[in-house]
Design a binder for this molecule. Structure first.
Ligand code: BDR
Ligand code: CA
Length: 303
C-alpha cells in the first residue's frame, strides 16, 4: 500500500477524491489537512470531517491556513455552493479536528513515518509552503507530491491560471521550487476526463456512497451537458493507475505577478532550464477507463 496524506479544500471533487483515498485498499490515508480554497478553512475542515465520518474512519483531520501567503483570499462558492458540499445532509455529528495545526500535524506524521510518504494536495498549496518554510527537513521524507493544479494551456480562473495555483501562487512557487518530485495533475487532463451523465446516473444506484456522491455532483457548478470535471480525483487515479495517464518531464515555473499570475509555465523545449526538470506533467488520460474505474471504486464500497 502507498501511504498518503491529503491536503484538501472540500469542495465537491475533493470529497470524491477523499472517498476514493479512504476506501481503496491500495492506499493508506494517514492524515487529512484542510486549507482555505473552495470555501473558508472552517468549512473545508468541517467538510473533510464529514467525509471521514461518513465512512466511519478515525483518520485525523487538521485545520490549516485561513488565507493564502500574500494574496487576499477569494473562495469558489459559485462552483461548490456556500457550504462547499451542498446537496447531501451529513448531520451535525461529524467530530472535531485534532488540536494540532495542519503544519504541525504534517510535520509530525511525515517525520514519524517509517518510509517516505506521498503528499496529495487538492487545494491551494499554502499549508505545504508553510510546512517547507518552517520544517525544511521534511522534504527528504516525502516520496513525491501528486498535486492537482496548474495547466500548460488555458486557465479556469484567468486566461493563464488554474484555481488552486491562482488562489496562492506564492505558495505554488515555493512548492515547485522545493526540490521535492512533483506530479502536476492539471487541467490538461482533468478537463478531458469528464464524469459523464451516464456515470452520474449510475452512481445514484450504487448504495450509500454512490448516492452521496451523486447528490453532491448534481449540485456541482463545474461542467456542462458533456459531464463534470472531477479534477481532484485524477490525483488518486494517477496513484492507482499511472499506466492510464501520459506524463512528460519538464521544469514548471509559477508566475506570481501581473496578468500571468498563477500561470504554470512548462519548459517544454527544455530551453530555459537547460533540460533540467522539477515535475512530471500529466498531458493525456484514458477517459473511458477513468469513468469505468470511478464506478468500480464506488461499487466496491460496502454500505
Ligand atoms: C480545482 O479548483 C477547485 O475548485 C477544485 O476543487 C479543484 O481542486 C480545479 O481547478
Ligand atoms: Ca480542490
Amino acid at each position: 500500500t502507498t501511504k498518503i496524506i491529503m491536503d484538501t479544500d472540500p469542495g465537491i471533487d475533493d470529497a470524491a477524491a477523499l472517498t476514493m483515498a479512504i476506501n481503496d485498499p491500495a492506499l493508506d490515508l494517514k492524515l487529512v489537512t484542510a486549507v482555505a480554497g473552495n470555501v473558508t478553512v472552517d468549512k473545508t475542515t468541517a467538510n473533510a470531517l464529514k467525509i471521514v465520518n461518513f465512512f466511519k474512519q478515525d483518520i485525523p483531520v487538521a485545520a490549516g491556513a485561513k488565507q493564502p501567503l500574500i494574496k487576499p483570499f477569494e473562495d469558489a462558492a459559485r462552483i461548490h455552493g456556500e457550504s462547499g458540499m451542498p446537496g447531501y445532509d451529513f448531520g451535525d455529528d461529524y467530530g472535531e479536528p485534532i488540536a494540532k495545526s495542519a503544519v504541525e500535524a504534517l510535520h509530525d506524521e511525515i517525520m514519524a513515518a517509517d518510509e517516505p510518504i506521498t503528499l496529495v494536495p487538492t487545494g491551494s498549496y499554502t499549508n505545504i509552503a508553510l510546512l517547507f518554510s518552517q520544517y525544511p527537513e521534511v522534504k527528504d521524507h516525502i516520496k513525491e507530491i501528486v498535486a492537482m493544479g496548474g495547466t500548460l494551456s488555458k486557465g479556469n480562473m484567468t486566461s493563464a491560471a488554474e484555481f488552486n495555483v491562482f488562489t496562492d501562487p506564492h505558495a505554488a512557487k515555493i512548492m515547485y521550487d522545493s526540490g521535492v518530485p512533483i506530479v502536476m495533475v492539471g487541467l490538461d487532463i482533468t478537463l478531458k476526463a469528464l464524469l459523464t451523465p451516464d456515470t452520474l446516473d449510475k452512481l445514484a444506484t450504487m448504495g450509500r456512497a454512490g448516492e452521496m456522491l451523486h447528490d453532491l455532483i448534481t449540485h456541482y457548478n463545474d461542467g456542462d451537458e458533456n459531464g463534470h470535471p472531477m479534477h481532484d480525483v485524477n490525483t488518486i487515479f494517477y496513484l492507482l493507475h499511472p499506466e492510464a495517464i501520459t506524463t512528460e518531464e519538464m521544469w514548471v515555473d509559477v508566475q506570481t505577478e501581473g496578468p500571468a499570475m498563477g500561470e504554470t509555465v512548462g519548459d517544454i523545449r527544455g530551453a530555459y532550464h537547460d533540460g533540467k526538470t522539477n515535475a512530471k506533467v500529466c498531458v493525456d488520460i484514458d477517459t473511458d477507463y477513468f469513468n469505468k474505474w470511478f464506478l468500480e471504486e464506488v461499487s466496491a464500497i460496502k454500505d
